[in-house]
Design a protein around this ligand. Structure first.
Ligand code: SAH
Length: 551
């Protein structure tokens, strides 16, 4: 059947695409249709036809799906923010679970996922969860000052003073600023002719402390604001107001914020907590936008890390150190690595204000810093747990390679993109690690985004027989077994700064012709993937065997 643009068809929605659009088929030809959910019967107009798929616009909802709910926001369809408001929240969580599962299966080639994976951890309150908002300021057709959000992929403002995912404090802040602008004849910025003053209104709310920051992003400086006291008087009447600042951005740019900050009133930062760790947050600071679920997400990471207080932990892509500080409370030492120098400054400051001393932060690319530091000092820089929380593009293979070489007992992968997560897990699983637990967490309700925490641990082939102790006891008289596995491990760690597993020791013993018990640490089937002892560890183990006069 030839699919024609602008033609209308009736379809039933059968699946979701990765951005949360519904997918319905005309014959076998799939169409991505925004604002539809599985189970809807809709009349759709084809708006774009590609070779193997197309895009359609829902013209009429013929039969609504049982999973459909009315959107809370009146401009949910026009606004580019929420894509799933019309889907029941429980189903949103299921959709995110499936999305992660499919990626891990298709891209990662993982098996037995259902045994390891739990249902998405959702929010108690999936609305009003964001602590940071950036409203563009403009004018509507009638010439009135408006604030809202950009419509998907455009710069036209969809007017909205009550966003259902933003902190409710914004509902009182925005009218105050608009009234002040109107009274003082202050023009919003117009990007077409680079004129006007007020570009954006940025707000931040500390959910635990109740502290509020308002930042006006100006095509100018605070001197350009007439009668600033009128604005300050009105804003400081709002409960929690702590910081009123100006951000200068005179560039012709899509970037919202410039570099320079001026204080209009109060402090130039607010404070907030994630768990019991306190953070100072300025207008430019990176800070998780959903602190409630951040605690859930990082709590899972902490749980997966299984710290006892003796571990050396690396937190790669550490940002302002949120995970590092969270884990430092339960670890011996945490090292954080982050590419943005300002974030590391914040991380160090946050460690200091919380009196956390067992963390050290390094600026640089994780894939460069980790191998360098590891080379410098194996003894102190070894790792028991490595946590990664990379941006959407995931980890560089060279970093994964270093992780494998350092062979931490556990790797905890925190991901904001299931596709790159799946790719990276495939690499780690092909190089000595096993996926043990998978937990998706919903940080961005009403959108298609999903975060996932995964626990990996060193492959101890569970289809081999672990008879460590028994073996030593059984053969205690054998000259070949003078040293226990633990003694060999201790020697290798002390002399070479390397950690080695029983598996590696048994491999090398076998290579040296030492009897290790017929089945000890051998895979049952030919196909089982068993990590092979790297050369440098082999040399260290051989040295230990020599030391103990076993070879
Ligand atoms: N865990 C952090 C946020 C992680 S977001 C927190 O909770 O605060 C991903 C971080 O990776 C960002 O801060 C980004 O600046 C940083 N980043 C991106 N590429 C990097 C690289 N190659 N090496 C180290 N950090 C990087």
């Amino acid at each position: 059947m030839e699919i024609k643009k602008n033609q209308e068809y009736e379809v039933e929605i059968e699946d979701f695409g990765s951005d949360g659009s519904g997918i319905g088929k005309i014959g076998t030809f799939p169409l991505f249709i925004k604002d539809t959910v599985i189970g809807d019967k809709v009349s759709v107009k084809v708006i774009k036809v590609k070779k193997n798929y197309g895009y359609g616009r829902m013209m009429k909802l013929l039969v609504p799906s049982p999973d459909r709910v009315p959107a809370l926001c009146s401009v949910a369809r026009q606004c580019g923010g929420c894509t799933l408001q019309h889907l029941n929240y429980e189903k949103q969580l299921e959709y995110k679970y499936q999305k992660v599962k499919n990626c891990l299966m298709r891209i990662g080639g993982l098996k037995d996922i259902e045994e390891k994976m739990k249902m998405t951890l959702g929010m108690e309150e999936p609305f009003y969860y964001r602590n940071k908002a950036q409203y563009p300021v403009g004018k509507n057709k009638e010439g009135q000052i408006v604030t809202g959000f950009y419509a998907g992929r455009t710069h036209s403002i969809v007017e909205n003073d009550h966003c259902c995912i933003q902190a409710k404090e914004n509902d009182v802040i925005l009218p105050v600023i608009k009234a002040y602008m109107k009274k003082n004849h202050i023009e919003p910025y117009d990007e077409k002719n680079h004129r006007g003053l007020v570009r954006h209104i940025l707000t931040r709310v500390g959910f635990t402390t109740g502290e509020i920051m308002v930042c006006l992003v100006l095509n100018g400086s605070k001197k350009d604001l007439p009668n600033p006291n009128e604005l300050i008087d009105a804003l400081t009447k709002i409960k929690g107001m702590t910081s009123i600042v100006v951000n200068q951005n005179r560039e012709k740019t899509n970037k919202i914020l410039g570099k320079k900050i001026e204080t209009l009133w109060g402090q130039d930062y607010i404070e907030d907590y994630i768990g019991n760790v306190k953070y100072q947050i300025g207008p430019l600071s990176f800070y998780q936008v959903n602190p409630t679920q951040t605690k859930v997400l990082y709590g899972k990471a902490l749980d997966f890390a299984g710290l006892t207080g003796n571990e050396i932990v690396w937190d790669l892509y550490c940002g302002i150190g949120t995970i590092s500080l969270f884990l430092a409370q339960k670890a011996k030492q945490v090292y954080g690595v982050e590419i943005v120098p300002e974030a590391i400054e914040d991380a160090r400051k946050n460690a200091a204000i919380n009196g956390i001393e067992n963390v050290e932060f390094f600026v640089g690319k994780a894939e460069e810093v980790l191998p360098e530091k590891y080379k410098e000092s194996r003894e102190t820089m070894s790792a028991d747990v490595i946590v990664v929380d990379p941006p959407r593009k995931g980890c560089e293979e060279s970093l994964l390679d270093t992780i494998v070489k350092m062979s931490p007992e556990k790797v905890v992968y925190v991901s904001c993109d299931p596709a790159t997560l799946a790719r990276d897990l495939k690499y780690l699983c092909g190089n000595g690690y096993d996926v043990k637990k998978i937990q998706p967490v919903d940080m961005f309700g009403m959108s298609g985004h999903v975060e996932t925490v995964v626990l990996l641990s060193q492959q101890k082939p569970d289809d081999t027989i672990e008879i460590d102790l028994d073996l030593d006891e059984l053969d205690a008289t054998s000259a070949e077994l003078k040293a226990t596995y633990q003694e060999i491990k201790d020697y290798v760690l002390k002399e070479f700064g390397l950690k080695v597993s029983n598996l590696y020791i048994s491999q090398i013993k076998r290579k040296c012709g030492i009897e290790v018990g017929e089945n000890y640490n051998l895979p049952k089937s030919e196909n089982s993937k068993v990590p092979q002892c790297p050369k440098e560890k082999e040399d260290a183990i051989r040295a230990a065997l020599k030391y103990f006069a076993m070879i």
